[in-house]
Design a protein around this ligand. Structure first.
Ligand SMILES: *Cc1c(COP(=O)(O)O)cnc(C)c1O
Length: 416
């Protein structure tokens, strides 16, 4: 079997893939087909939140797979009810209801549909439905037609016009510009409290509070995309709470880390009353949305196991402790490539100093450094052209972080 040749012949070339062929994982480590061991600070892009093949997750999947994998959402799936209760009661802690999807983009499409329903339920003065959603520069919301239109990045949208209408883009962390973007047709504001793909950009508390206040003032939905940042990655179960705890969003989406490697996504809609005491969540009634695979017994059992480990092992607090440890090492690190550590918890980015890394073969500075780290046995991910993302499992230890910094130092020395 020649994996690279089969990719070339049979797989659509949507990814510029590294030559690495992964075959096995355990905790923070990944092994390739030659038996080489890597320290994994990529974790399938913030997916393997409790490490590779955590016994609690593997056991939950095996047991459920041998009992009942799939039934239709026409029936009351007990694992789905339990997971929804866990998410609402233990993690969101605001009354509301959850829908289960299979990915982050699908979860965001569901939120976008909720905003459209809201715009119909609470139209403009002349009865015209509101429909516009404001999103932000450097955002990433996914690759479906809806979530791609929400993503304010030209490179993601290139060649796919006409885009789904109804999105207006504003610069991130700029309240004045947000005010100016609101029109009579605006129905919602949608944002990542900590932008992942766009370069690990943290929303300021002032910006989040201002957006929440504007949403109240103009009767808009405040929608958080926590697909990458949620469930402990940024310390708190909910990432926005790490920035401005008191805010109450109307919708939240998740995926990546909640499945620990099993595909699952979801979005939550608040029970807060809109017109005539009707809860917002009631706008998504029978027939309004659906997914054949969303929230199966198997997916929900897997996610339940992941969330239970995150809670019982207090991995949110551990993520913050490990962030402090990384920042301390960074501040004493003798190097000239990176200027700062961005992010919160274990959604971190090393910002590359301008002009400190040569352009090679049209690769961005971040791609050049990620490849150099991989040479030294450390997997990381670019976030935009000038940031290298560190996304270790939430179970990472101080000793493993020490090993990562040794690998990074070796890589920088080899590049120099
Ligand atoms: C990854 C990501 C998505 C898309 O999730 P998929 O599961 O790839 O569809 C959406 N929003 C954010 C913030 C993400 O990081």
């Amino acid at each position: 079997m020649n994996v690279a040749a089969d990719f070339e012949t049979y797989v659509l070339p949507t990814y510029a893939r590294f030559p690495l062929i992964p075959v096995r994982g355990e905790g923070a480590y990944l092994w390739d087909d030659t038996g080489r061991k890597y320290l994994d600070f990529c974790t399938g892009i913030a997916v393997c939140s409790i490490g590779h093949c955590h016994p609690a997750l593997t056991t939950a999947i095996c047991q459920q797979a041998g009992t009942l994998m799939h039934v239709s959402n026409l029936f009351q799936i007990p694992q789905q009810a339990k997971l929804a209760r866990t998410i609402v009661e233990e993690h969101v802690k605001i009354p509301g209801k959850v829908f289960f999807s299979n990915s982050g983009a699908e979860a965001n499409d569901g939120m976008i549909k909720t905003a459209r329903r809201f715009g119909h339920a609470r139209p403009q003065a002349d009865g015209t439905p509101r429909f516009e959603i404001i999103t932000f520069s450097q955002s990433f919301h996914g690759r479906t037609l809806g979530s791609m239109a929400a993503t304010a990045q030209a490179k993601i949208q290139e060649g796919f016009s006409p885009l789904l209408p109804g999105f207006r883009y504003a610069p991130f962390n700029d309240l004045e510009a947000l005010v100016a973007a609101i029109t009579p047709a605006t129905a919602a504001i949608m944002l990542e409290p900590i932008q992942g793909e766009g370069g690990v950009n943290v929303a300021t508390a002032e910006f989040l509070r201002g957006a929440a206040a504007l949403a109240k003032q103009h009767d808009l939905l405040l929608m958080m995309d926590e697909v990458q940042a949620g469930f402990g990655r940024c310390g708190h179960a909910m990432a926005w709470r790490a920035i401005a705890d008191e805010i109450e969003p109307d919708c939240i989406s998740w995926a990546k880390g909640m499945g620990g490697g099993f595909p699952i996504g979801s979005f939550w809609v608040s029970d807060r009353a809109i017109a005539e005491q009707k809860p917002l969540s009631s706008l998504m009634g029978p027939g309004s949305h659906g997914s054949t695979y969303g929230g199966t017994p198997l997916a929900c059992a897997a996610s339940q196991a992941v969330l239970d480990v995150i809670s019982s092992e207090n991995l949110g607090a551990h993520a913050i402790a490990m962030e402090h440890y990384i920042r301390k090492i960074f501040s004493n690190w003798d190097q000239s490539i990176f200027q700062e550590v961005k992010g919160i918890g274990l959604l971190l980015g090393l910002a590359i100093r301008p002009d400190s890394v040569p352009q090679i073969d049209g690769k961005t500075p971040a791609q050049v450094i990620v490849a150099a780290f991989m040479e030294q046995g450390l997997l990381t991910v670019p976030a935009g052209p000038n940031v290298v993302r560190l996304l270790p499992p939430l179970t990472i230890t101080a000793a493993e972080i020490d090993a990562a910094f040794i690998a990074m130092s070796q890589a920088l020395a080899a590049m120099a």
